[in-house]
Design a protein around this ligand. Structure first.
Ligand code: ZN
Ligand code: ZN
Length: 137
């Protein structure tokens, strides 16, 4: 299988490569992502977990997300860079933080989610669909 994209943390301890194209891309504005990123929202790429190969030690911190479900947030224990989000209820999919991509230029968010939690200074692209919480499938 060919590598579709690669990325890693700031210090280079953690590297990853993915052999699939993203299932979805989006910006999450929930309070949990705000605290985790220290910013207005988390820009993330959703991929099948089985297609991601990670090298280097990743530390995971478990939180109860705004959805009420457990999310494991992965980061580099050395430099602290945020890398992954793993919903405990859906082990087949995982999120990769768009800023950790080697080439973040191709990231195309398709929606803004949890917009109800966004602070007033959080400017969003008006052309993207908005969901106050989690999009209902
Ligand atoms: Zn690092
Ligand atoms: Zn979130």
């Amino acid at each position: 299988m060919t590598t579709r994209f690669t990325g890693g943390c700031m210090c280079g301890t953690v590297r990853y490569e993915c052999t699939a194209d993203p299932i979805a891309m989006g910006n999450c504005h929930c309070r949990d992502c705000q605290r985790a990123t220290g910013s207005a929202f988390a820009a993330a790429v959703l991929v099948p977990t089985s297609t991601v190969n990670i090298t280097g030690e990743v530390k995971y911190y478990e939180v109860i997300g705004d959805s009420g479900a457990i999310v494991r947030r992965g980061f580099c224990p050395n430099c602290g860079a945020r890398l992954f989000g793993k919903p405990a209820a859906s082990p087949d999919i995982m999120g990769i933080m768009a800023g950790s991509l080697d080439d973040p230029g191709w990231f195309r968010p398709q929606a803004d989610i949890y917009t109800a939690s966004a602070p007033p200074w959080d400017y969003m692209n008006p052309d993207l669909p908005k969901f106050p919480g989690l999009p209902q499938k």
